[in-house]
Write a protein that binds this ligand. Sequence first.
Ligand SMILES: Nc1nc2c(ncn2[C@@H]2O[C@H](COP(=O)(O)OP(=O)(O)OP(=O)(O)O)[C@@H](O)[C@H]2O)c(=O)[nH]1
Length: 137
Amino acid sequence: MVEHYYRNVHAVVFVYDVTKMSSFTNLKTWIEECNGHAVPPLVPRVLVGNKCDLKDLIQVPSSLALKFADAHNMLLFETSAKDPQESQNVDAIFMCLVCRLKAQRSLPCRDTEGWPAQPQPQPRRLDEASGKGSCPC
Ligand SMILES: Nc1nc2c(ncn2[C@@H]2O[C@H](COP(=O)(O)OP(=O)(O)OP(=O)(O)O)[C@@H](O)[C@H]2O)c(=O)[nH]1
């Protein structure tokens, strides 16, 4: 059954709850699980900390999450499925993955200004201070 989720996988989104440290520490297990199913290194992976609207309840600091994301070569996005002000980051996750997948296939990638995009830069975080990821495309 689990095998089914890993077959022909195109991208992996690791999600933790910023208000629950255990969900963050469990990421290691999920990454091992993913590696154990031989997901190819070229398959893009992103890290998502959800529920960032619950500012008073945050247990996982952005700095810690950034360190973890860097160590595993992933971009970090902090999102809220509830707060509309943070919801653009939900879209950004999928735009970023689409850009990376398109770049891998040498197809043009639409940026925010129009089509076609400029040559693809290497993945980078645009807003390091806030710890929130942004698609480099
Ligand atoms: N404040 C806030 N609540 C959220 C957010 N995302 C999900 N929730 C709430 O968290 C609860 C669980 O959401 P689910 O979508 O069921 O997620 P889950 O992973 O199955 O469950 P949990 O591990 O409890 O988060 C629900 O009450 C959601 O409304 C968020 O970004 N902010």
